[in-house]
Design a protein. Structure first.
Length: 395
């Protein structure tokens, strides 16, 4: 009986095996009885975007018999073949697909061996960029272009970079007439040019990568800028002092004449730390009178139209004769000769508190000028004026 059972099991096993083999051979009726061979497929497929082109990269890890790859796109309407010579180990294959109109693409990559056998597909999405993308790019904001005449240095002050920006190219003419381009890093907030000709404009454009793997750089439209602000030493907000005694002191980097030093027995004056601030100031308030007190600094400017802008912090009681002044040369005129200045503005009373006041002037050639303040306080006791900042702009 046991022998009969064993024989029965044997017939069942043989039947199952024969049925399995029959199913495994089913595909042969579709391949004329030939064995299907699949070469090793493209591994780690990557598509790097570019300007109307894309770089397709992949690895061949196994199968030394691969001799070709084909890259398909547009639902296989387009393709590009790549000849391959296998080396030892892993090979990196690169193929530039070009030209490609700006847009999104689905790429399929097949490999082929020496016998013409084709691998299964490797799939990857990719994109190309062009004129439409480039026209959408905005230049990085350049807040100010400030020139320091004493050192011949130009300072470019930038706002934060936009996403995708990788830097800025600044092109300018140097003092020898040579056109120079400087690359500005994306995280730089200030660029220093030590040799710009201050009478010339500069141009800049911002560089962008559409993504971190992009192979081409795109540029915003170039923008032209001129020096908009000329550096004044110690321009305020707050003003700094070089010497002080309590509330009063002397301004750093400004010249303060003897008449304006009416504090601390004639040794200090012109700088006031009232309420913890730092101001240019004149005050006749239980102190010696001021006659033609002058606070000023001298600089050299190229030809152009300019604005000397002064911000009033506070005027206490009507003023007798206090002026913001711009003058040619190395000093300022007295109050009696203020009309001879290149430009001036008279301060009156507290209706001017917290406001900006402008002196406009024009230079037809490179000239030395002096900017600052002149004040006489001999009649109106208990009067004072404080200025919080000054600026010098070119239109």
């Amino acid at each position: 009986m046991k022998h009969i059972i064993i024989i029965a099991y044997s017939f069942i096993a043989i039947a199952i095996l024969m049925a399995s083999c029959s199913k495994m051979d089913e595909y042969k009726k579709f391949t004329d009885g030939k064995l299907i061979v699949y070469p090793g497929k493209a591994d780690s497929l990557r598509v790097q975007s570019g300007r109307n082109r894309a770089l397709v990269r992949f690895l061949l890890i196994s199968d030394p018999n691969i001799v070709k790859a084909s890259i398909f796109w547009n639902n296989k309407a387009n393709h590009q073949d790549v000849s391959i010579t296998r080396g030892k180990g892993i090979d990196t294959i690169k193929a530039m697909v070009s030209p490609l109109p700006e847009g999104n693409y689905s790429f399929e990559v097949f490999t082929y061996d020496k016998s013409g056998n084709k691998s299964v597909a490797a799939l990857k999405q990719g994109a190309t960029y062009g004129e439409v993308f480039e026209k959408s790019l905005l230049n990085r904001i350049l807040e100010s272009v400030v020139y320091q005449p004493s050192s011949g240095t130009t300072f470019l002050n930038w706002r934060a970079s936009d996403a995708g920006s990788v830097g800025v190219d600044v092109t300018y003419t140097n003092v020898n007439g040579k056109v120079t381009t400087k690359r500005v890093a994306k995280d730089a907030t200030q660029t220093v040019l030590t040799d710009q000709n201050p009478g010339t404009d500069l141009q800049y454009r911002t560089l962008f990568l559409p993504d971190s793997l992009a192979i081409d750089t795109f540029y915003s439209v170039s923008t032209s800028r001129k020096i908009t602000e000329f550096f004044l030493k110690n321009p305020g907000a707050p003003f700094l002092q070089s010497q002080r005694d309590g509330r009063w002191g002397l301004l750093a980097d400004w010249t303060t004449n003897a008449a304006a030093r009416n504090m601390s027995n004639g040794t200090l004056g012109g700088w006031d730390s009232y309420n913890g601030g730092g101001f240019i100031a004149f005050e006749y308030w239980y102190t010696p009178q001021i006659t033609n007190g002058k606070i000023y600094q001298t600089t050299t400017l190229p030809s152009g139209k300019y604005r000397y802008v002064v911000t009033v912090s506070e005027i206490a009681n009507p003023l007798e004769a206090t002026y913001a002044v711009v003058n040619l040369g190395q000093t300022l005129p007295d109050v009696a000769n203020i009309s001879q200045a290149l430009g001036s503005f008279k301060f009156l009373d507290n209706s001017q508190n917290g406001k900006d006041f402008v002196i406009s002037f024009t230079l037809t050639q490179t000239q030395e000028i002096t900017v600052g303040f002149v004040s006489t306080m001999v009649v109106k006791h208990e009067s004072s004026v404080r200025f919080s900042k000054v600026r010098l702009y070119r239109d």
